[in-house]
Each structure stands twice: as C-alpha cells, then as structure tokens.
Design a protein around this ligand. Sequence first.
Ligand code: 1GP
Length: 253
Amino acid sequence: MSVYEYIIKTLEKRKMHFTLIDPAKQTPEDAGNLAFELQSIGTDAIMVGGSTNITTDLMDETIKNIKLRSKLPVIIFPNGVQSISRYADAIYFMSMLNSNDRDFIIGNQARGALIIKRLGIEAISMGYIVVEPGMTVGRVGKAILVKRENTADAVGYALAAQLLGMRLVYLEAGSGAPQPVPYEMVRAVKKEISIPLIVGGGIREKNSACELINSGADIIVTGTLIEKYTDYRERLKQIISCVRGRGDGVENP
Ligand code: 1GP
C-alpha cells in the first residue's frame, strides 16, 4: 500500500497525527529512539525535514535510524533538493503557493523531479500555505503570509491546490508559532475542499488540537513539542487522544 493510500484509508476511519522530526535538532540515533517512542505513543507517521542546516547525509542517516527503530511511514518534508533521501517512503511534492520566490513554487521541484523518479520515492503532491506568523519557513520561503483574519485568501489557495490536482493541503503557522492557524480559517478551508487538510505550527496542547480537529483538520502535525517540552509524552498522548476521537484528551477505559 502506498503512503497516500494509507493516509486515505486511515482517514476513512479517523483523523491522524504526524510528528515532524528536524534532522538538525538531534543526532540520527536520538531521532531513531524518538521514533520508537512516538510509535508507542500513537503517532501515525514521521515527517522529516527542517528549514535550515539540512544536508542529504543528515537526512539519510536520520531516516535510516528512524526506519531501524519504528515501522512508521517516513515522509520527507523538503526544503530543497538536498532533502531528498532514498531511504524515505514518500516525499511531499509540495509547492509553497504563497511564496514570492519562484524556487519555492516550482524551481526546486523541477530540479528534484528526476531524482525522485529515478530513486522511486512516492511523491505526494501538496499545496503548502503559510499563514501568519510563518516563523522561519515564512522568512526562508519568502512567503507573502496569509493574514490571520484573511480566511478568503486561505480558501483561495487551498481550492487552487485542489483544482491543480494536488492531493493534500497543508495550512502552516510556522514551527514554534505562538498560536496555531485560526480555527475559523481551518473551518472555512475544510468546507470548500475535498482533499485531506493538514494543519501544523504552534500546536502544543490538547485544547488547540481538539479545536483544530473539530474545525475540520484531518491531520495534525506537531514538531517543537518533542524538542522543547520535558512533558512531551503526556502532552502527545492527550493530543493524539483528541485526534483519534477519544474525546477531550480522555483515554479510552
Ligand atoms: C512545522 O507545522 C510544523 O512545519 C510543526 O510546527 O514545530 O510548531 O509543532 P511546530
């Protein structure tokens, strides 16, 4: 089964949680240990990527260690051609739709396409939309940030992604954002699209995860949580509990 089929089949039953591991933030061995733990906590896939200090070697070693320690699908979350690793199960073939830089819209994609084809990595097309505050990815990607109150722009980009044939939409507030993407924006986007909606950036506790899921997010991504919070296990359990539809962070009996 392809990773995209896995996503679609799982979403027929329940919502999903993905964890972002930034290879620049820990050793490859520690990334492997984290993946082992994340699998037991219940995350559904590991995304590997970062905005700065990414090399192919670091991607390769990190992904190899994750694959060694877990059975979770590994999806590359690329910042450029250097992110492509033969060891991953899939790559988001993504375009930052609101970038002001052609490289982030289609240039890097054109440079990487043949490499991805030759390596046989599953490419999952995705429209990537960066919402205020956007953080590092907004700066690096020269995003014309979608304003938090400008729901109509977010809907326009997301529907354009679908009409262009993209298979996922990702609403991004930026890694480490003080707040996630506004719930109202998630609700409005979800109402107009029929492809899965991923939401990430600034999600660190169950209440916002629950609200985002209730607003229509199909997949919730957390990254910073595992890097900065010593109680990340408990927080993740509660978030995943919400995502999987076990109520407001309450475990099944
Ligand atoms: C970043 O959406 C992801 O691309 C995750 O964000 O690090 O804030 O969880 P956080």
